[in-house]
Design a protein around this ligand. Structure first.
Ligand code: DON
Length: 309
């Protein structure tokens, strides 16, 4: 079913778009700095398969941190809850996504949750396979399954750009290797992680992934279970408590839906049992969340009473 452009949504988008001038595109991954800060698009995918959109919906962005929810689901499918949470915790940090500080302060030393970079690196480490290529294929195949889009691929340019500059993520990996949270070659793990973060999607793909989480792991229309409902629920819980990093509390008050952001300006939203929301808006606030995307969700939440609280 094609996604239909919607006038009401276009008007909300125009209102939110003004806020993009308050943000800045990420440049700590040099390739991301090429994004246009004025871009904004949104898609809303309903459980019956209808889809509404506004803005330039075919523009691609990379998943970045949104991929963390997807690898968490995959690691839980492959290795189970007990193993995954022996290596990574359940608690929000209140710190920026790339912070190292709590790693040293927690005892035994393990990342506080799977949505911060340290926790996500530990989760990516768990993805099984005999090579980076095999493990990455598994991740990208899972993204294809959840998005229903077989054309999904990744940006070699963004992956290379992050791989060459992610000194902080390397530091997190070396720290975790010292403390036996990971035991693979750090360069290989970073190769896999940066590729995972560079998977390209548009807001329709994000909305379609969102509806699968909103339906507790079920594909819309066919009702096929794409992941166990218990795993979809764990992922949604982390989206509520840690999905917008150290802005998750304010987001829960203002919007009140499970959501996950990425520094490319993407936001994946899952309104339980109702719809999936995909947003792409590269201008970010100082916490790494899309400024106009947040505004858009705030307007939508008020107008359509989306908050689950
Ligand atoms: O590891 C990083 O820094 C990026 N690949 C992903 C970070 C990210 O998207 C945080 N989002 N708000």
């Amino acid at each position: 079913m094609p996604c239909q452009s919607n006038e009401e949504l276009e008007n909300i988008l125009l209102e939110a778009k003004q806020y993009s001038s308050k943000g800045k595109v990420a440049d700590y991954i040099p390739a991301l700095s090429k994004a246009n800060p004025a871009d904004l698009s949104v898609a809303i995918y309903h459980s019956d398969g209808t889809c509404y959109s506004a803005g330039c919906i075919h523009k691609k962005i990379t998943l970045q941190s949104i991929s963390k929810v997807i690898t968490l689901a995959l690691a839980l499918i492959e290795s189970g809850e007990e193993f995954v949470f022996s290596k990574v915790g359940y608690e929000p940090t209140g710190d920026p996504f790339n912070s190292i500080v709590k790693l040293e302060m927690s005892n035994p030393s393990k990342p506080l949750n799977p949505m911060i970079n340290a926790g996500a690196l530990a989760v990516t480490h768990m993805i099984k396979g005999s090579s980076v290529e095999e493990r990455f294929q598994k991740i990208i195949d899972f993204v294809k399954l959840l998005s229903g889009n077989q054309e999904i691929s990744y940006s070699k340019e963004v992956a290379k750009s992050e791989f060459e500059t992610s000194h902080l993520n390397r530091a997190l990996c070396f720290f975790m290797k010292q403390h036996s949270i990971i035991n693979e070659d750090v360069e290989e793990l970073l190769d896999l992680y940066t590729k995972q973060c560079s998977i390209e999607v548009n807001c329709l793909d994000l909305a379609r992934i969102g509806i699968v989480f909103a339906l507790d792991g079920k594909e819309p229309i066919t009702n096929k279970q794409l992941m166990p409902s218990s795993i979809a629920r764990i992922c949604k819980t982390f989206m509520v408590t840690c999905g917008m990093y150290n802005a998750s509390g304010e987001f829960a008050v203002r919007v009140g839906i499970p959501a996950k952001s990425g520094v490319s300006g993407g936001i994946l939203g899952a309104v339980p049992a109702r719809f999936g929301i995909g947003i792409s808006g590269p201008a970010l606030d100082d916490k790494g969340n899309s400024v106009a995307g947040l505004k858009l969700l705030e307007i939508l939440a008020k107008k359509y009473d989306l908050s689950m609280f």
